[in-house]
Design a protein. Sequence first.
Length: 810
Amino acid sequence: MRQARAVVIGGGIIGCSVAYHLTALGWRDVILLEQGRLSGGTTWHAAGLVGQLRSSANLTRLIRYSAELYGRLEAETGQATGWKRCGSVSVARTAQRMIQLKRNASLARAYGVDAEVIDRDEVLRRYPPMRVDDLVGAVWIPGDGKVNPADVTQALARAARAGGAELREGVAATGVRIERGRVAGVETAEGVIAAEVVVNCAGMWARELGRSSGVPVPLHACEHMYVVTNPIVGISPDLPVMRDPDGHVYFKEEVGGLLMGGFDPWAKPWGMDGIPAGFSFATLPEDWEKFEPLMTHAIERVPALESAPIRLLMNGPESFTPDNYFILGEAPDVRRYYVAAGFCSGGIAAAGGAGRALAEWIVEDRQPMDLWPADIRRFAPFHADPRFLRERVSEIVGVHYFVAFPNRELTTGRGLRRSPLHELLRARGACFGAKMGWERANWFAPPGVAAETEYSFGRQNWFPHAAAEHRAAREAVAVFDQTSFGKLLLEGPDAGAALQRLCANDVDVPVGRLVYTGMLNERGGYESDLTVTRLAEDAYLLVTGSAQTTRDASWVRRHLPDGARAALRDVTGAWSVIGLMGPRSRELLARLTDADVSNAGFPFATAREIGIARAPVRAARITYVGELGWELYVPVEFAAGVYAAIREAGADLGLADAGYYAIDSLRMEKAYRAWGRELTVEDTPFQAGLGFAVRLDKPGGFIGRDALLRERDAPLTRRLVTLVLDDPGALPLGDEPIVCDGQIAGSVTSAAYGHTLGRAVALGYLRHPDGVDAALLDGAALELEIAGDRFKARGSLRAPYDPQGLRVKA
Ligand SMILES: Cc1cc2nc3c(=O)[nH]c(=O)nc-3n(C[C@H](O)[C@H](O)[C@H](O)COP(=O)(O)OP(=O)(O)OC[C@H]3O[C@@H](n4cnc5c(N)ncnc54)[C@H](O)[C@@H]3O)c2cc1C
């Protein structure tokens, strides 16, 4: 039997990049299998735009590296890549789009990418064939560029071969062998290749390939089209790439003519009956009817296009995912099975950086940086359902050029997971959003108001209604449906010991105690942030964010020692969670139960089973909104009855239904951290200000302890701070640069308007070479840059609301 350390499946730009970077990191024993010929899938017909700016610092970093790599590969390999640093212009036809472009320019600066807001004259100077009289403005990014995708692939392949990899064309992987939850090899028509690592880079084939090994890879192909014209007078090779997102189109110079493509607001899924056998260097039939609206918009922008002879209408399939981010990382349930696929029309730009990041992940057997937006563990198996995908990707293609309004919800693939309270809340005016397939009430429309969010960058229509919900929680009592919480049950005689090793806090507590803790990696960064309740000597309930369940379950399972007598079960769907929060929550609860809910009888951070409205409920005294309150874990069949009883009993106490927008503003005022925003694999508890939830001295230690010990005595040069804006009208949304004494020194992780404070509150990491401490925050001039404008802010290491937590423990 043949043997290799790693087998990469797929010889598109992604597979070749992974193979190249594995060899660059010293792995010689790498085989790449390509069923047809290299670059014959989607890669060969890509337009070749390389735009650097993405919505997260690390994804942007990946593409910056791609650009740098494509610039030097020719010298390294002798194979040209066509890389040209021509810059890019993105134009705005509307005021809202211009706000977005200005926000992007601010974001770019925070990520170290040069970006300049330019006016119409400057647009015309940079892109003479463009019509500009209808434009509001534009952004110029000088470092963007273009490549020839097939040539980049060949260059990567050549470099991989030079590094020792074997690239085999005409050999399909027919299956992946898994033994005891771990990769064992790859099956081909020529026999089995035993392998320690498999990387699924099979493009639009990746879902089917993954499915055959029980690895969900949620992607679906969609048609994507562009035209190429014959040469046009005035189009020179130096012309920048140009994007006109309001017209859904982009332009690139191509052999003296224009390549013009578009992201149709409603695209056509393709490959419903599977990808046809032998599909290689193939295209799909021209669809002029579908392309016509894009062509009309494009002619509005570049009038010369109207008379230019069209050389070609290219229609090619590309894979899209449910959220428009690519899929990277190790499969949650199969060790050493990696995926890099679903590049949503950005695979050429991403290939260099994504290939390197994945190669590092493989070689070090741990992720190299926070890549959560692209992490395969953000999905659950239901996301790979073909019907769901088909519906969703038809919308996702257009998302590229949507105005990225805050809170924008997708409209397709909705209603997958519903709380038992769903219809009751709908009847009470709930406006729902979706997270991890769950429908969740974001805000409640009072009678006479439509339960529909109207999108804008300013205060949206729900603002006064969420404010009222917020006030109810602060001043009376509010009821929240938090059923979507991830809930994992760890049971068995060894459960306690295993969890103690995984958690930074001490979870060896009496039955009925609830512990707030992080699960850290060896570098001390957050793999998860959760609450752990000891249900019995040998049983723990882990409650975690809705989006993290797959990931957390995978992390825990992976770290159960071999032979440990402990089993993990996902019980998310078994319990509804009803949050009862506010200073009058005790009074309300007392009306529904015979249990003692006094402070002495039911202290903070404890949990126990009590009868509520005749139902067996596990009540936990804990809060994410900073008030006295209980989370009620109700078996789903009792949930509607308990909710009805709460409503009835609370009628004279000022009880209000409240949604996730109120949770956002309440938690921001209390500076409660969120995993994935404030807490990522790169952030440690000390940096995040959560040292109180770490027990460095607990017997046996925990994963990450050594890293924390090293960090403990050094000044914290990067630290999470809260920022309260001076101007009550300022509205940060998250990701804005933090400016310290005139210099960009960090960025916002979350922001919301704090209705109690009467001002917006932000959380974000601030960097300073001498250390970030209270004295620095008191003395420094702090500002946030919102869409290009700077707003003064007061910084603190403490929560702006009830910093001592007196209300929570009342
Ligand atoms: C019209 C169009 C324009 C685009 N423009 C741009 C752009 O300007 N910029 C940009 O960044 N991106 C662009 N893209 C997207 C880009 O082309 C893709 O994201 C990228 O090519 C994906 O590369 P890949 O390696 O994942 O997939 P592919 O190129 O499809 O490679 C996958 C390979 O896996 C092989 N394979 C599958 N199954 C097996 C198996 N079982 N065994 C062996 N081999 C297997 C296939 O034969 C294929 O060669 C565009 C896409 C389209 C359609």
